[in-house]
Design a protein around this ligand. Structure first.
Ligand code: ZN
Length: 305
């Protein structure tokens, strides 16, 4: 285990990616969840997205949520933006870390935002320039990096080409999203390996979904290559839009539970994260998929009597 990173940088994405894929919840509940998460020791929180309210009603109150939270100075908060207009809103709101998404699959990109991957990359270049002028950093998230619900497998070369274009345009960091849970450990090893060869100095975040049960196995494969930056969602909040009832994001407390026992520090208080997951479950009013939320930490004991 000595080759594993000593410490992970975790980004909690439940308030944004998670809640965006659940039925809308009240503003106060979102604020309470973000504040609870900010007290778990997690270092980064993807708080909101600045999208069109008519397109994504779950995030219509992004400005109100952001104004109402109690910022923890030890936490870095980020916002996801779909376009230049959203980037302007995020920068005006004070965000200095923003995320943009582009799909490696042209069909998926057209279905999502009604334009080609190339056209999205053109706008991302403009967003990067705008953000840098404002002193902010931009992470480009390449979604469907391990497969597309319309096209099936997405070639590694295609993913590398999309990532390479965003980096050439000035993206500060890179993330790969397994949007539909199609990654397996061998595919993670290949894409991360080729990315490292092409861009050895670029910080790489990975965003796995557990749709087919390989989420934590994929994390382990990436850890063994030294990747130390992962997204996860409290409770496993957020479903899979392409398969009703299926699981989406890996659960933060499951990730913390596994890696801490392997000697990899996360800074997260596991019991506090489990409590936040219980709160998330109460907020959305459905049973969340996290197994550590159900069973508790491995050291939890029951009375022998
Ligand atoms: Zn996700």
């Amino acid at each position: 285990m000595s080759d594993l990173p000593e410490r992970l940088s975790l980004r909690e994405v439940g308030p944004r990616d998670g809640l965006q894929n659940e039925d809308p919840v009240p503003t106060a509940a979102k604020v309470a969840l973000i504040d609870a998460l900010s007290r778990t020791g997690v270092g980064r929180i993807e708080a909101v997205s600045f999208v069109r309210p008519d397109a994504i009603p779950q995030m219509a109150d992004a400005d109100e949520v952001w104004r109402a939270i109690t910022p923890n100075p030890d936490v870095r908060y980020s916002a996801l933006v779909p376009n230049l207009r959203g980037a302007g809103r995020a920068l005006d709101a004070g965000f200095r870390e923003i995320e943009v998404v582009v799909s490696a699959s042209d069909t998926h990109n057209r279905k999502n935002v009604n334009r080609s991957t190339e056209q999205s990359l053109d706008e991302i270049a403009a967003i990067i320039a705008q953000a840098h002028t404002a002193g902010a950093t931009v992470q480009t998230i390449v979604s469907t990096a391990w497969g597309c619900p319309y096209e099936g497998d997405v070639p590694v070369d295609r993913v590398l080409a999309v990532a390479g274009r965003a980096l050439a345009d000035g993206a500060d960091t890179l993330s790969y999203g397994d949007t539909t849970g199609m990654a397996t450990p061998s595919r993670v090893t290949r894409l991360v390996g080729e990315t490292r060869s092409a861009h050895p100095d670029v910080p790489l975040n990975l965003h796995f979904h557990n749709t087919r049960g390989t989420g934590l196995a994929n994390v382990l494969a990436a850890l063994e290559l030294g990747v130390s930056d992962f997204d996860a969602s409290v409770g496993g909040l957020g479903g899979c839009p392409y398969a009703p009832g299926a699981t989406g994001n890996i659960a933060t407390e499951e990730l913390v539970h596994m890696v801490e026992d392997m000697g990899v520090a996360t800074g997260v208080d596991l019991e506090a994260m489990i409590a936040a997951a219980a709160e998330a479950e109460r907020i959305v009013g459905r049973t969340l998929p996290s197994q550590v939320l159900r069973a508790g930490p491995r050291t939890r004991t029951i009375s022998a009597n």
